[in-house]
Design a protein around this ligand. Sequence first.
Ligand code: SF4
Length: 326
Amino acid sequence: MSVFCTSPWIPPEWISAYGHEPRGVWTVSRPRASASCSEGICAFANGCLEAAAARVEDDLFVFDSGCDQMRRAFDALAGHRQNAFLFNLPATGQSLAPRRIYRSELERLGRWLAERGGSVPDTPRLLQVIRQHRDARLQLAAAMEGYSARQCVQAVAHYYAHGAVWVPGNFAPAPANSVPLALLGGHLPAGGGDPLDHMERCGGRIVLNATAAGERALGSEDEAEPAIGSAEDAVEFLTRRYLENSIDIFHRPNSRFYQWLGPRLHARRVRGIVLWTQVNCDLWRAEAQAVREAFGRPVCLIEEEAAEGLSPRDAGRIEAFLELLR
Ligand code: SF4
């Protein structure tokens, strides 16, 4: 069965090992939001609800607890859909308690997947799938700088659909005088292409896509060879990998996000930052000032209203931002 996850911090390899097909819901086209976001739900959470309503009942949905919106979306869905699961992602550091929570969530997810047609994997299968995903992420992370912004999104989407690396063809590099930009935030609109194309048309060049549709979704992978001699070891490995290497702002403190971002902004000579948020997303909006202060670069804050792509107002804002930087 297809298992649509709302967060890159729920291991696709765990789902795959149970014989299901993991998909990142943020990488697939979501239906246009039919409801406005005035009910306090952001466009992304709303889009996930719409996606769940549009899919066949056999598809499974795994929501995460990273923010209030997602928890509320899950509550709204769970009332009328059986095949939905809420994965509790610990927001605090790496002490014993969050590790225990994450471990028990993985085990609970495993039981849930097995009850829905999955087969409990043996140790060789776990090792094989874990290795395959780790190698794919390492390979992708190393290749990202050579991809165009659109290719980066396509490569991440391919990984979340197939657990494998997609090697794009050549692309025409942006003109040398274009402005190097970083794109930050949670989720791009369905399909993802509009904002990227618009920024490039206006004279920008996205050298770092730090949204869930870009390289941030790969986490910061370490190269340690998984030492897995039992299912217990696999759970421990995934717990460590996902608690220590996920890059997000809902963590408290969220210094790992800044530590990951800083060297990349510097190495890629980023001159401006576009922070892509959604109306009702307090989490990302609250980072705008902190990002400005931490990195001393201008920040253009975009608040997407509905998962329908770039609004004329936001398009104008991006254009004005790039005018300033040129
Ligand atoms: S966009 Fe913000 S509010 Fe919406 S799901 Fe993501 S983190 Fe939560």
